[in-house]
Ligand binder design. Structure first.
Ligand code: NZQ
Ligand code: ZN
Length: 385
């Protein structure tokens, strides 16, 4: 196992009917901003639950943080936070609202230039506003990590960033909030969490038994409960298991002490920036290609995955690995997500553009071995055309 430091200060408040804890959670702050997406929380009643627990707390509302949140929208909130002397933001929504609020919190305190520089130049921020979250869509793990992904429409870029100053102070995880999710978002959540795990697990072995056991067990949980949640949308226990699995998939535990890949995510972000595909859809397309083309480098962990996740016989390693990749694709398809570029009207021209964009950003050494160049990305995408 590699050396590691693990730090995660997020207070997780999990379960039903926890909104009454808001007054105490918000008591240290004078004026809060409530930050939302485009309206789902009004339809499912969560907005009312939040409002009825605010008491006399001074607040402003900010609506309209969109899926794949944009710099253009968020920068408007930055001005409001400054003008209204907001000292805490409560984000209620999915990963996009939470990521958007992380950007606002960093940008408000950043004085050395334009706020987009934080993302574009990976600037190490020195201060950030505090924020909490109410999660309504399990997928990204943003509720318990310090990562964010923001799109700049003006220049057509989608970039990731991370800072230890951007962990939520608290996160309320309410499985009942999931009842109103469209099926598509449940499928997206299962796939996003699945690929978060494989990015941290299917690399090369470093004898990290704890992390490997967590990883394959979480994958089995997702394979088991994803279809159950889709079938019985208001089953509290299944929703709760999915929500906690997605949080555990990207809260730093799985990546502690092990190599990580993330090439599927880097390539996927380009697909979203260029074609607007849902984040999870891009991952479902790219992951099988990465596993096939990088098979020789990932062989030991792919075999571990085949044996432990898909119960395949390891005596014939090549067959087991190939079958495991097919079963993974079939699992994504069974959730209603298509896994070929052509299913989305993307062909060789699009593949070439993705390689050019990665090259331009110097993302030329992706993967745990830093050996995925744009040429290899092309090979990967040609296997899933
Ligand atoms: O905007 P509203 O009206 O709230 O509707 C949202 C949105 O349309 C809706 N929704 C959310 N909760 C709902 C609901 N509808 C009904 N009932 C509910 N309870 O779902 C739609 C999608 O929401 P979004 O937040 O975009 O989805 P998700 O959580 O999948 O977030 C995706 C974003 O997170 C980034 C992605 O790149 C993408 O931008 N990621 C963030 C990561 C992180 N911070 O660690 C890691 C991930 O790999 C990912 O890159
Ligand atoms: Zn993801």
């Amino acid at each position: 196992m590699k050396n590691f430091e693990f730090y995660n200060p997020v207070k997780v408040i999990f379960g039903k009917d926890n909104y009454s804890k808001l007054p105490e959670l918000l008591s240290p702050y004078n004026k809060i901003m409530l930050a939302f997406g485009k309206g789902s929380i009004k339809q499912n009643g969560i907005y009312d639950k939040i409002k009825s627990n605010l008491g006399n707390k001074a607040y402003v509302e900010f609506w309209g943080i969109e899926p794949n949140p944009t710099y253009e929208t968020l920068i408007k909130a930055v001005e409001i936070v400054k003008n209204e002397n907001v000292d805490f933001i409560l984000a209620a929504g999915g990963g996009s609202v939470i990521d958007g609020v992380k950007f606002i919190c960093a940008a408000v305190k950043y004085k050395d230039g334009g706020a987009w520089d934080i993302m574009a130049k990976s600037i190490k921020i020195k201060d950030a506003l505090k924020f909490g979250t109410i999660l309504t869509l399990p997928a990204t793990g943003s509720e318990m990590n310090s990562n964010l992904v923001i799109t700049h429409n003006g220049i057509g870029e989608k970039l990731a960033y991370s800072s230890p100053l951007l962990f939520p102070t608290f996160s309320i995880l309410d499985p009942e909030a999931m009842y109103s999710l469209p099926d598509r978002q449940i499928s997206n959540g299962v796939i996003d969490a699945f690929v978060h795990i494989t990015e941290q697990y299917i690399t090369y072995p470093v004898n990290a038994a704890v992390q490997d056991a967590w990883a394959f067990s979480l994958l089995k949980v997702l394979i088991d409960i994803g279809p159950k949640v889709l079938k019985d949308r208001t089953n509290y226990d299944e929703n709760a298991n999915l929500m906690w699995a997605a949080t555990m998939a990207l809260n730093g535990l799985l990546s502690a002490g092990v190599p990580t890949d993330w090439s599927t995510h880097y390539i996927g972000h380009e697909l979203t920036a260029m074609y607007g595909l849902d984040h999870a859809v891009t991952l479902a397309i790219v992951l099988p290609g990465v596993l096939r083309v990088m098979k020789d480098y990932k062989k030991d962990k792919l075999l571990h995955f085949a044996q432990n996740v898909w119960n395949l016989n390891p005596e014939y390693p090549d067959e087991a690995i190939d079958k495991a990749i097919i079963l993974t694709e079939e699992f994504f398809n069974s959730l209603g997500v298509k896994t070929k570029l052509s299913d989305y009207g993307i062909g060789e021209y699009g593949i070439d553009q993705i390689c050019i964009r990665l090259d331009r950003k110097n993302y030329t050494r992706l993967g745990e071995n830093k050996n995925i160049s744009p040429d290899i990305v092309k090979q990967i995408l040609l296997t899933v055309i």
